[in-house]
Design a protein around this ligand. Structure first.
Ligand code: 5RP
Length: 217
């Protein structure tokens, strides 16, 4: 199994607050996520600027498409994103529209799994060619104190991987969590606040990277 990638989520309220930690952490990360918060605050300008500064990096625009799949994914791909996110509540028509835009541009779509998604939907997403899912502990769940990753999460990751998805894990992930996922087929870990809000974002990203390397080789 390939070692999981490290994705840095930028959920800041403005671009300068995202760029400073990103510049510091960039050598240690594989994927840059223009987070939902940053996309809402700065629009696709954030994706354009980050693309111009990091022409070689994979960029996810975490635009969480729920509707207007073609229009929104086109905006994100035109701005320079490689990947776009779609919420699991979107209809298959919307997912299909996103996949069509992605196919035209060599992009990819990720389904963000929100509570209430079903295995039936997951099979349909695969049938439409969706390559990625993001399994996450939501900020709202975190705020309610639902903190621990459990065997249920690891089983779900295995089953999603068995269906053919690349599975990304996120939601308040800290380096100490990484060993819990040993043996689980994780494609990428996303860390946001754990890197951009750290006193030393480069060190924080390296600490995540080292934990991934120690756990997965
Ligand atoms: C929340 C998100 C975040 O971008 C992602 O979870 C990373 O954030 P953090 O590590 O700060 O929890 O999409 O749903």
């Amino acid at each position: 199994m390939e070692s999981p990638k490290l994705q840095m989520a930028l959920d800041t309220y403005d671009l300068p607050s995202a760029l400073k930690p990103l510049q510091q952490a960039a050598p240690h990360i594989d994927v840059i996520e223009c987070g939902t918060i940053l996309c809402l605050a700065e629009g696709m300008r954030a994706v354009k600027v980050i693309r111009s500064l990091f022409p070689e990096k994979v960029i996810l625009a975490d635009v969480r498409i729920a509707e207007a799949g073609s229009l929104i994914s086109k905006m994100a791909f035109d701005a320079g994103a490689n990947w776009v996110s779609v919420v699991s509540g979107a209809t298959m028509t919307t997912v299909e529209a996103v996949m069509k835009e992605a196919a035209k541009r060599g992009g990819e779509a990720q389904i963000e799994l929100i509570d209430g998604w079903t295995w039936e939907q997951a099979k349909c997403w695969r049938a439409l060619g969706v390559p990625h899912v993001i399994t996450h502990r939501s900020r709202d769940a975190e705020a309610k104190g639902e903190l621990a990753w459990s065997e249920k999460d690891f089983d779900e990751i295995r089953k999603l991987n068995d269906l053919g998805f690349k599975v990304t894990v996120t939601g308040g992930v800290v380096p100490q969590d990484i060993p819990l996922f040993e043996g689980a087929p994780v494609y990428a870990f996303i860390a946001g606040r754990g890197i951009y809000a750290a006193p030393d974002p480069a060190l924080a990203a390296k600490t995540f990277r080292d934990a991934i390397h120690t756990t997965f080789g």
